[in-house]
Design a protein around this ligand. Structure first.
Ligand code: AP5
Length: 191
């Protein structure tokens, strides 16, 4: 069982580290960014609504992303837990998540905050080159993170759920730090 949020700025390595957790713990990664990109690629109505905000590095509206998460958490593969990557991203989203998980009687076990400084992030994302990885959009994503997502650090600290890890260095080293930061109730696939 693993029910966690990976919190961190754009480019902090949430997706990279989620893949390793998925392989080891056997629970799905739920990334609102991936779900939104797939909606944009499939030209769904939701994707068309989200595209302009994503291109500008702004947040997509809460009703869209909370609705996506509500539907995703109902799927059977989340029975043994989930890794939330890129959600929640605002206090309103975090409160909505609490409500959803309360209704399902599946409280969060913990939140791992992956910390990386902004200049390292800009370098990583410029090297990656996704469509929203141009310098102007990256800097706006970082500003939006600071203003709207950073307050979640205190929100989850106050609930006693947050552990911070340094997100720089080798990917495997960071993964070892994340595993050491996992909540006591985390269990490996098959346990
Ligand atoms: P989203 O897809 O969530 O993007 P993001 O938060 O900007 O995160 P990234 O995918 O860029 O970074 P990451 O932390 O996963 O790092 P990664 O492992 O990829 O969101 C995109 C957009 O969708 C948002 O701007 C917004 O518009 C919208 N959106 C999404 N969720 C939303 C929500 N909840 N509410 C509203 N709007 C929402 O690594 C990055 C790069 O670094 C990779 O190239 C990787 O290979 C490299 N790397 C990773 N680790 C290391 C390392 N240790 N050393 C060197 N390089 C590394």
């Amino acid at each position: 069982m693993l029910k966690i949020v990976l919190l961190g700025a754009p480019g902090s390595g949430k997706g990279t580290q989620s893949e390793k957790l998925v392989a080891e713990f056997g629970v799905p990664q739920i990334s609102t960014g991936d779900l939104l990109r797939s909606a944009v690629a499939n030209q769904t109505e939701l994707g068309q609504k989200a595209k302009a905000a994503m291109d500008a590095g702004e947040l997509v509206s809460d009703d869209i992303v909370v609705g996506m998460i509500r539907e995703r958490l109902k799927q059977d593969d989340t029975e043994n837990g989930f890794i939330l990557d890129g959600f929640p991203r605002s206090l309103d989203q975090a409160k909505a998540l609490d409500g959803l998980l309360d209704d399902m009687n599946r409280p969060l076990q913990g939140v791992v905050h992956i910390k990386v400084d902004n200049e390292e992030i800009v370098q990583r994302l410029m090297a990656r080159g996704r469509s929203d990885d141009n310098e102007e959009t990256i800097r706006n994503r970082l500003k939006v993170y600071q203003e709207q997502t950073q307050p979640l650090v205190k929100f989850y600290e106050d609930k006693g759920l947050l552990t911070a890890v340094a997100g720089v260095g080798e990917i495997d080293e960071i993964y070892a730090r994340i595993k050491a930061a996992l909540p006591a109730g985390a269990a490996f696939a098959g346990d």
